[in-house]
Design a protein around this ligand. Structure first.
Ligand SMILES: Cc1ncc(COP(=O)(O)O)c(C=O)c1O
Length: 378
């Protein structure tokens, strides 16, 4: 699907809005709107259509599997990325000889919090620090040794869009006998992800950002055949061999990655996820990522001419985000939102995030509005 046709599915643009905050929440498409309507209609007319609702959950999982080139059987449906990270952490033993978790200061806080919570189980958590927004393989290298249990590498950082060298870090970790978890939330959908090439052991992401779904659902891919120190303690009927066996005395874990599931998944979110993923899968990620790279280059050049400096790195490490340094990030974002230009502030940075639906007109509007902002607040 061509970029203009893709953009046509997102009414915010024809309404005069400029959506540049996919790193926070993807734009609402006509497809997701009608999927959510379908959910409500099915509920109203069919009362309790659990079979077709479960089918939606399966479709969402299968579509996510297609996006990352995985087998759907290796994917668990969970409620959020933090839950996925918890399921990953619980599978590790943190023995006296191997108990270190390596993460980074560019990790999304909620995921780092899950790692930190493992300290009560004997884990030691170490943070690889960024320097001017960059983290390279060499920054991870001194941290990874034979005491490392788990290495956490975001595919792309939420903070500045840095693309991590996941594969290289994973190779290093595996050489030392450690496992690798990838939080792909800020990249999957707009950056090519092939699970067979990343060489990680776990990958998780929610669907509400670049995958264009709604809050309430996330997926956890676990490498098939991986052994685990513990069976999931956070569990429920959707983690059973047969969820519909209704046997309260029997705790039988599914053989597949479904074993990481807990209770009833968010059905509205599954409808939205399926619709969003279908749109994503109707494009090719190479086409999408090239479009975004071009637009990011255009955005960065235009903002640079205005005198902004950047927390986002230069290519090839720049992801779908151009992030500007700004002490007044909140005020800028509000000024822009008042003009229906939506970006995302985080601390002292304004995140301008790009998707296949964005075009140069969006950037012209942004640049003009920032010019007006500078005049209003010199
Ligand atoms: C990289 C990344 N991981 C995780 C999350 C959110 O995690 P959760 O789904 O647990 O809210 C976000 C989002 O906001 C994120 O940007």
């Amino acid at each position: 699907m061509k970029a203009e046709e893709f953009r046509g599915h997102f009414p915010i643009f024809s309404d005069g809005g400029v959506h540049l905050c996919s790193c926070s929440e993807g734009a609402l498409s006509d497809r997701v709107t009608s999927a959510l309507t379908d959910f409500v209609t099915s509920w109203r007319i069919q009362a309790a259509p659990w079979d077709s609702w479960m089918e939606q959950v399966n479709q969402a999982r299968t579509a996510f599997a297609q996006t990352i080139h995985a087998d759907p059987a290796d994917i668990a449906t969970v409620s959020c990325a933090s839950e996925a990270a918890f399921q990953v952490s619980w599978g590790q033993s943190f023995s006296a000889t191997r108990n270190v978790i390596i993460t980074t200061d560019l990790e999304f806080p909620s995921i780092a919090h899950v790692w930190l919570a493992q300290q009560s189980r004997g884990a030691i958590v170490k943070f690889v620090a960024n320097h001017d927004g960059l983290i390279m393989v060499d920054d991870y290298t001194p941290f990874i040794d034979d005491k490392t249990a788990l290495v956490s590498v975001p595919l792309v950082s939420y903070a500045n869009g840095l693309r991590f060298p996941v594969r290289e870090i994973a190779k290093l970790a595996h050489k030392m006998g450690a496992r690798v978890a990838v939080d792909a939330y800020q990249g999957v959908g707009v950056i090519p992800v092939d699970i067979n090439e990343l060489e990680c052991d776990y990958l998780f992401a929610g669907t509400l950002k670049y995958l264009l779904g709604a809050p309430g659902i996330a997926f956890l891919w676990v490498k098939p055949g991986l052994s685990h120190a513990n069976d999931p303690i956070l569990t429920g009927w959707f983690g059973r061999q047969d969820p519909f066996a209704f046997t309260p005395r029997i705790l039988d874990y599914a053989e597949s990655s479904r074993r990481y599931q807990t209770g009833t998944p968010s059905i509205p979110a599954a409808f939205a996820a399926t619709a969003g993923l279908f749109l994503i899968n109707a494009t090719t990620t190479t086409q999408v990522s090239q479009h975004i790279e071009r637009l990011a280059e255009f955005t960065q050049a235009a903002l640079k001419r205005q005198g902004w400096t950047f927390f986002s790195p230069n290519p090839p490490f720049r992801g779908p985000q151009v992030t500007i340094h700004a002490d007044d990030a909140e005020r800028i974002s509000q000024f822009l939102a008042d003009r229906r230009i939506f970006v995302s502030p985080r601390g002292q940075a304004v995140r301008v995030s790009l998707h296949y639906y964005n075009n140069e007109q969006d950037i012209h509007k942004l640049v003009q509005a920032l010019h007006d902002y500078r005049k209003r607040y010199p």
